[in-house]
Design a protein around this ligand. Structure first.
Ligand SMILES: CC1=C(CCC(=O)O)c2cc3nc(cc4[nH]c(cc5[nH]c(cc1n2)c(C)c5CCC(=O)O)c(CCC(=O)O)c4C)C(CCC(=O)O)=C3C
Ligand SMILES: [Fe+2]
Length: 375
């Protein structure tokens, strides 16, 4: 095997995700897991429960992760990369701790971790690092030998993440009625988070003004808008907007909401819009309900033609990007320097989150960051 394809020091890849219910009886316990200690009002929980019940209590996220694992295994096999792929979740089976225990039993010791969130934020980055630290300490208490987990860098600006979304936007534009196509607005959408969480996202030096969360999303939106203009020769106006707001009403979250934005677009005479869910890796419940159900109904009520473009899901280019991320990090851990792919101007993201990156409300141990490395 060529050096480029050596995964050492890694002996496995862990796909780490959110998890979702797989039947009506799972919905309430899943929501309890997802919101424990997070101060979410009961009303919001009832409402979100209804979103899941509308789809038979099944979130598509677990099946999407199984499909992504298949795509990763195929890509790895096709490229002579011998690295087993495992999967664990924060909020539903297969739970992270159970997966890591199984991996430890099988003899894995040094594990690269891909989280299904492309951007910096407490929910999308540090919380997963806290989950990893919690799982590692449970296994240590159970007497397992020490595991080391390395979280792969944020991939929001990796071409394997961005290019499939560019194709998705072009496809959605093509599906709009021809007479409104050229005037269509692009509504890039992501998960709203509390303003304080946005402001403190990413390394401390960049805190304030929406932090890394905002900058990274604006970068991706701009990259996609530029590529679409180059491809079509049409300048589609665009804006970054938000969805899936939770929390107590008096706490400010990122705005505007996608539905309010659609209303504003209609009011200002926009003829159509494409909703581009850049904040999400697959078409899970936030996409299926908040965009395909709620926002699509809003647009119908407004008489605004809309399309929703695809998330990357298990696109082979994304699977290839994951392979590249594993190999580049493996090389770095071996002390080698290899090129790191990133589109745009922000450059490849850090490997190790520095202290103070994406802080939570109360400090908890987090794995895979500066300060967690053996000296
Ligand atoms: C930034 C971000 C991402 C994107 C990055 C990533 O993908 O990780 C994301 C993804 C997801 N969020 C998901 C589901 C939920 N998120 C909730 C609540 C919250 N999310 C938040 C943020 C994010 N969430 C926040 C700040 C809260 C408030 C509570 C808290 O501070 O923790 C709640 C509780 C009910 C509610 O409050 O809405 C649920 C059920 C699912 C699974 C969907 C499925 O089942 O298909 C996925 C992929
Ligand atoms: Fe969420």
């Amino acid at each position: 095997m060529s050096d480029e394809c050596a995964p050492s020091p890694y002996d496995a890849l862990l796909l780490l995700s959110y998890g979702g219910p797989e039947g009506p009886d799972d919905v309430v316990p899943f929501l309890e897991n997802a919101t424990r200690g997070r101060g979410i009002p009961r009303e919001r929980l009832k409402e979100v429960g209804q979103h899941y019940f509308l789809f038979g209590g099944v979130s598509p996220i677990n099946e999407q992760n199984r499909t992504l694992m298949d795509a990763l295994r195929k890509d790895f096999a096709d490229h002579g990369l011998n690295l087993p792929v495992h999967w664990g979740n924060r909020n539903w089976a297969p739970y992270l701790t159970d997966t890591l225990r199984e991996m430890a039993r099988e003899g894995h010791r040094r594990i690269a971790v891909l989280v299904t969130s492309a951007y910096a934020s407490y929910s999308g980055c540090r919380q997963y690092r806290e989950d990893l630290a919690g799982a590692l300490s449970t296994l240590e208490a159970e007497g397992f030998p020490a595991l080391r987990v390395d979280k792969l860098r944020h991939y929001f600006n990796h071409p394997g993440f961005v290019r499939p979304m560019i194709d998705g936007v072009l496809k959605s534009l093509g599906e709009l009625p021809a007479e409104v196509r050229a005037g269509a607005h692009l509504a890039f959408t992501t998960h709203s988070i509390p303003l304080t969480a946005a402001d403190t996202s990413g390394p401390v030096e960049g805190h304030g003004d929406g932090g890394a969360y905002l900058r990274q999303h604006l970068e991706v939106a701009g990259l996609i808008a530029d590529a679409v203009r180059e491809e079509t020769g049409v300048e589609h106006p665009w804006r970054l907007v938000y969805q899936s707001r939770s929390g107590a009403p008096h706490i400010p979250w990122l705005e505007p909401d996608i539905c309010d934005h659609l209303e504003e677009l209609k009011g200002s005479g926009a003829p159509a819009a494409v909703m581009v869910p850049i904040g999400f890796v697959s078409d899970h419940m936030e996409v299926l309900y908040d965009l395909d159900t709620e926002a699509v109904a809003k647009a119908a009520e407004l008489g605004l033609p809309v399309r929703r473009s695809a998330t990357v899901g298990a696109d082979p280019r994304f699977a290839a990007a994951v392979r590249e991320l594993v190999l580049e990090r493996a090389a770095a851990e071996r002390g080698a320097r290899v090129p790191r792919c990133a589109l745009g101007s922000l450059g490849p993201s850090h490997d190790l989150c520095p202290i103070g990156c994406c802080p939570g409300r109360s400090p908890r141990p987090a794995a895979a960051g500066t300060g967690e490395r053996p000296s």
